[in-house]
Design a protein around this ligand. Sequence first.
Ligand code: SAM
Length: 194
Amino acid sequence: MEHYYSSNPTSKSEERVLEYYIQDKVLKFISDNGVFSKNSVDFATNLLIKTVVAEKIEGSVLDVGCGYGVIGITLAKLLSVDVTMLDVNERALDLARRNASKNGIEAKVIESDGFANISENYDIIITNPPIRAGKEVVYGIYRGAKEHLNPGGKFYLVINKKHGAPSTITYLKELFENVEVLDKKAGFHVIRCM
Ligand SMILES: C[S@@+](CC[C@H](N)C(=O)[O-])C[C@H]1O[C@@H](n2cnc3c(N)ncnc32)[C@H](O)[C@@H]1O
């Protein structure tokens, strides 16, 4: 069965364009079958973006599991940041590249299973993690984030209570000195680790 985290989706391509309204801007994203939240920007993704925008982050940003690119591209559109996006899904990566240029953004897009192909460090790492890919993948992303942050860097993620937010927080506290829940809505927790 095909999942949104397949590396090479085989479902028939049916591209569509979705609109995302944030602040006074409207961003347009090409989406398709075989990628996460193909019809509209996901509730948790929107919550994460809004929380991080309010933090007024700066510097280099890595969007882990970028899908069609909504997090990285929106942050690049609204803030002064230099964005890199990675995913394991080739169809998502192609969409992320095209969506960056569609929205007038320069961004680096890298095919990578977790941090496997990432050699640099970043000021900000952000993810709406691939829960369905399993705990091993997701906890690997948390460890990779810790290893790839510049000194003083911050890691942001969103996770639902029903997908293990409390145990995630316990694990993150083993990795990071400071772990804070910045916002909570409908069970989703936006977490900042420093
Ligand atoms: C919950 S979706 C989030 C997508 C996008 N960031 C958003 O918020 O709409 C998680 C993404 O992680 C990707 N993914 C799954 N396993 C991965 C892995 N091992 N390494 C990198 N990305 C992965 C999936 O393909 C998917 O695009």
